[in-house]
Structures are given as C-alpha cells and as structure tokens.
Design a protein around this ligand. Structure first.
Ligand SMILES: Nc1ncnc2c1ncn2[C@@H]1O[C@H](COP(=O)(O)OP(=O)(O)OP(=O)(O)O)[C@@H](O)[C@H]1O
Length: 250
C-alpha cells in the first residue's frame, strides 16, 4: 500500500527526517512511537504532501505508484487520509458541509455523526470552539466519510476522555474496516480479507486497546530505528526508555 524509500525531509531548511524506509502492506496497521520532536508528525505530513515539508531525498510510493511530487488533493483522491494534531478552525463552513465534501454522493452524514457523538455539532463551524477531544472526533467523522485506503492518525487519543476513547477506537476500526460491530458483537475481519491500512502515532498506546496493530516502529532522532511487536515495544519503552530500547535493537 505504502512504501517509503530513503525518505529525507526538511522543514524551513532544517533537516528533520533522514533516510526513512517503511513498507505498509494492504490490511496492515503500523504504529509509530518516539520522543517529542523526533519527526513523527513530519513523516505523516510529508506522506500527505503538505507544502511545509520539503522532500530532500527519497521516494514515496502509494499503491505501487510514485506520488512523491503529487499535490495533497491528488493524494487524497488516490486514497490517503490524515488526522493531524492541530487542524485549523474553518469559520463559515459547517461540519455537515465538510463531511459532505469529504464523502461520496450518498454519504449518510447523520449516521456517521451518531457514531462519533457529534450529531449536535453538525451545524457548527468546523472546529469552531471545539474542545481537544471534540476536534479528534470531528476529524474522524470526516475520515469516515472520505473512506481512505491508507489512514494516518496523529495521536488520536490525546485529550480524549475515557468514555470517548472507545468512540475514537470504534471510529478508527470503522475506517480501517476492522472489528466491525454487528448486533452488539465485534466481528474481526481475517487478516487476508482486510484491505485498508493504517499508520498511527501514539505516546500512550491506549488506542491499541481498540485498534489492533501489526507492527510498531520507534522513530528516534529523525529516523526509524527499530521495529517489532507493538505491545513488546511499548513495554520496553516504559521500562527502559526510548534510547535504551533503540540501542537494544541495534
Ligand atoms: N517551521 C519549523 N521550523 C523549524 N523546525 C520545525 C518547524 N516545524 C517543526 N519543526 C521541528 O521539527 C521537529 C519535528 O517535529 P514533529 O512535530 O514532527 O515531532 P513529533 O515527533 O511529532 O513530536 P511530538 O511527539 O511532540 O508530537 C521538532 O523539533 C520541531 O520543532
């Protein structure tokens, strides 16, 4: 689904990412751990094609095609979606209109808003006066309408209360077509039947209680330093810290 080859990225002439290699296959969900300021959001922003992230070397392939120089719009049309940490407030554009823009012709806006506890927000401006947790759910609502094939979530549980973490987790599962709920039961799709892929940044790992991940990576000083089982890596980071975890892998 997504392949990064020796990707290096600069912001304002400062080199942030160096030689990043990553391969996410169809149906896989990968997690990104790493200390503050190490370049995790930069990686997601560069994959989405935001203009502040300048690719100084390397390539981005999506569904086998080189998208390194494509616009954000074109990447979204081809099936990449993102939840960023601090989306802008859009005064004059309601959540309902935004979800319609993101979605296909017959998107059931009310049904999706119900799944994200946002029915009462549909006629408010996008993110206008929203709390941190409400912004996260609003971003997920837009992604549910967009139905991307690769969804990237930047700290989806940050600022979300304990009850709404379940809502966020279920929304992420809905987008990834994992663990769909039917008649009160969670039905997990078999690995081979899944097509949607994900890349999730998390510090706490709480989202992993709802969204099962296949592989985790630690980003350290602008590069992906090690990869492995998500729960084992999280335990290692908790017990030894990032530096020892990375050194241990080396
Ligand atoms: N406009 C800019 N000019 C210079 N440096 C920048 C600019 N924007 C971001 N950076 C720097 O890029 C580095 C990587 O930032 P990034 O947001 O990718 O980190 P992160 O790993 O996602 O951190 P966190 O876990 O805190 O969200 C940081 O040191 C940040 O200060």
């Amino acid at each position: 689904m997504l392949k990064l080859e020796n990707l290096s990225v600069a912001v304002n002439d400062r080199q942030i990412l160096h030689d990043v290699n990553l391969h996410i296959k169809p149906g896989e969900v990968h997690v990104l751990f790493g200390p503050n300021g190490t370049g995790k959001s930069t990686l997601i922003g560069a994959i989405m094609g935001f203009s502040r992230y300048k690719i100084t070397a390397g390539k981005i392939y999506f569904k086998g095609q080189d998208i390194t120089n494509l616009s954000v719009d074109e990447r979204a049309r081809r099936g990449i979606g993102v939840m960023i940490q601090r989306p802008p407030t859009l005064r004059g554009l309601s959540v309902r209109e935004m979800v319609r823009i993101c979605g296909k012709k017959h998107t059931n806006v009310e049904m999706l808003a119900d799944k994200t506890n946002l029915i009462e927000f549909l006629d408010r401006g996008v993110n206008e006066g929203f709390s941190g947790g409400e912004i996260k759910r609003s971003e997920l609502l837009q992604l549910m309408a967009q139905q991307p094939d690769l969804v990237m979530l930047d700290e989806p549980e940050s600022g979300v209360d304990i009850e709404n973490i379940a809502v966020v987790g279920q929304a992420a599962n809905y987008i990834l077509e994992r663990g769909l709920r039917k008649n009160g039961q969670t039905i997990r799709k078999r690995r081979t039947d899944r097509q949607k892929s994900g890349l999730i940044i998390t510090h706490t790992g709480h989202i992993l209680e709802y969204v099962p991940a296949d592989t985790a990576h630690v980003m350290y000083q602008g590069t992906l330093s090690c990869s492995g089982n998500p729960q084992e890596m999280l335990t290692c980071i908790h017990e030894k810290g990032y530096e020892e975890c990375v050194n241990c892998a080396l």
